[in-house]
Design a protein around this ligand. Structure first.
Ligand code: UDP
Ligand code: MG
Length: 321
């Protein structure tokens, strides 16, 4: 039995040595306790610092490590996808590389998998983000659980373990705008939960920019919900009903010649309101349209420049796939 650990890395040079120590210790633990072999797949997502050199060094030191060097920065979700496709384990753990997801939780995930659970999700008891960002995260999760067409857990991210069966099913979904927690739920197999406290990132600034996080939230909502489209319909319906009522009202005033004053306020308000509603509606349509365009282009999700493992760095010119 093999356990794979998939981890995206983007400009994380400050924390890589700590990460290497903690994860190798956990891998030793898992190998001893569960009689499994481990594979650690690190995806270098086009880092511009010294992450790649450090990763190269670790791969040479530990034969369990494989580094996929992507040809440029593709983003968090595509990087995870690259790792998932490369991983060969009977079970695959996905986690962030910034130590916000504590590696020490992996044995518990494996334990639950051994007990027969095909999908084990690490569920945060608390999150480290506070203040404005924390509020945004909480807001997103509550909107998402309300709007989504299927029941979705709040409080879990990508961190978790999937059985080979579930991984294979996830790999069959080829959509490009990926929201892994949603995809994992969609695939099914039940979700066992293991609770943990989310830590602060070990060092450095968050690598997901704010706009990327917003995009990610939009991906989540628009790829798992048709409710925004239906909301437009409802809005149109309500506004139309209201306008008909109002038109009838104006007409009766005219007919009975009550208080007829040529106005400025009513048309202005109506134009502004309807204009706003229309723009928002077109925007919502655009979100779906853009995603459809993205999907039909059928571009690959990522491009791997080089696969680095100790076997290959020891023997120059050995097998290259
Ligand atoms: N990451 C990546 N590519 C990116 C952005 C981030 O591979 O374009 C990695 C990053 O190195 C980290 C993980 O994805 O291991 C999560 O990123 P981050 O901690 O910045 O996200 P947040 O915790 O803010 O969601
Ligand atoms: Mg993080």
């Amino acid at each position: 039995m093999t356990l794979s650990i998939v981890m995206p890395i983007y400009n994380e040079e400050e924390l890589l040595s700590g990460l290497f120590g903690r994860v190798t210790r956990v891998m030793d633990d898992v190998e001893a306790k569960f009689a499994m072999t481990c594979q650690w797949v690190l995806i270098n997502d086009g880092s511009r610092d010294h992450s790649l050199e450090l990763l190269r060094g670790y791969a040479a030191r530990d034969s369990r490590i494989a580094v996929l060097d992507l040809s440029r920065n593709f983003g968090h979700q595509p990087a995870i996808q690259a790792g998932l496709e490369y991983a060969t384990g009977d079970a695959v753990v996905i986690m962030d590389g910034d130590l916000q997801d504590p590696p020490e939780l992996i044995p518990e995930l494996v334990q639950s998998w051994k007990a027969g659970n095909k999908v084990v999700v690490a569920h945060r008891r608390s999150r480290a983000e506070r203040g404005f960002k924390g509020m945004l995260f909480a807001g997103f999760h509550s909107v998402m659980s309300r709007v989504s067409d299927m029941k979705m857990e709040t409080g879990s991210g990508v961190f978790g373990l999937m059985d080979r069966r579930a991984v294979n099913e996830v790999l069959r979904l080829h959509e490009r705008n990926r929201f892994l927690p949603g995809i994992r739920t969609w695939v099914g197999f039940g979700e066992a939960k293991v609770l943990y406290d989310r830590e602060e990132r070990a060092a450095g600034a968050p690598k997901q920019t704010f706009t990327r996080l917003v995009r990610y939230a939009f991906d989540a909502i628009f790829s798992f919900s048709l409710k925004p489209l239906r909301a437009i319909w409802t809005l149109g319906f309500v506004v139309s009903l209201f306008s008909i009522g109002y038109a009838l009202f104006l007409l009766s005033l005219r007919v009975f010649n009550i208080n007829v004053v040529p106005g400025f306020t009513t048309p202005t308000v109506a134009i502004l309101l309807l204009g706003g509603i229309q723009l928002i509606s077109i925007g919502v349509l655009g979100e779906y349209l853009g995603r459809i365009y993205d999907e039909v282009k059928q571009r690959p999700h990522y491009i791997v420049g080089e696969v680095i493992t100790s076997a290959k760095s020891n023997k120059a010119g050995a097998t290259i796939d």
